[in-house]
Design a protein around this ligand. Structure first.
Ligand SMILES: [Cu+2]
Length: 175
């Protein structure tokens, strides 16, 4: 009976690991959030954004989030024709498709001071690392945004292998 319990736990942990590889939540600016003091270029260079992931903007009332429609508007901090505006202070955005998205703070002067971020959304097939907390993937050349090969299937199958492996280990233990 005890072995069966172990087996169940192993299988569930395997399933959880599969889920984790499929979507990630990116808190913009990490622990500091959406604030002027953060170097967003540097922060985002360590991130790998994929379709299905979420962006979370956390900030005080001094700031807001304006989504810009073009690289030109982003570069020149032209907030005149925003695609979207957010101001709740805890805004969650789902990345529903591939491409580049541009965000800036709507407060006068903040964008010019560097409070803006460009997010390159790769297909969820991308094999680069997805979560800010996964140090194990770093150093493998990920994050360039250029990978378009089919890694999603690979990631998922790694998870399934883990599940099957757990089962096998559980069975070995049981007998
Ligand atoms: Cu601001």
């Amino acid at each position: 009976m005890k072995m069966q319990a172990v087996l169940v736990i192993l299988v569930f942990s395997g399933l959880v690991s599969v889920q984790k590889t499929l979507a990630a939540q990116h808190v913009i600016g990490g622990s500091q959030g959406w604030e002027q003091s953060v170097d967003f270029d540097s922060w985002s260079s360590d991130q790998s954004f994929k379709v299905g992931d979420q962006l979370v903007f956390k900030y005080s009332g001094l700031h807001s989030v304006v989504e810009l429609g073009s690289e030109t508007a982003y570069k020149s901090c032209d907030l005149g024709t925003p695609v979207n505006s957010l101001s709740s202070g805890n805004d969650v955005l789902k990345l529903s498709k591939t491409g580049t998205r541009y965000f800036a703070c709507g407060t006068v002067g903040h964008c010019e001071q560097g409070m803006k971020i460009k997010v390159n959304v790769a297909s969820s097939d991308s094999k680069s690392s997805s979560s800010p907390g996964s140090g194990s993937d770093s150093g493998s050349g990920s994050g360039s945004g250029s990978e378009s090969s089919s890694g999603h299937g690979l990631r998922a199958s790694v998870g399934y292998i883990f599940v099957v492996g757990s089962l096998v280990i559980g069975l070995i233990w049981a007998y």
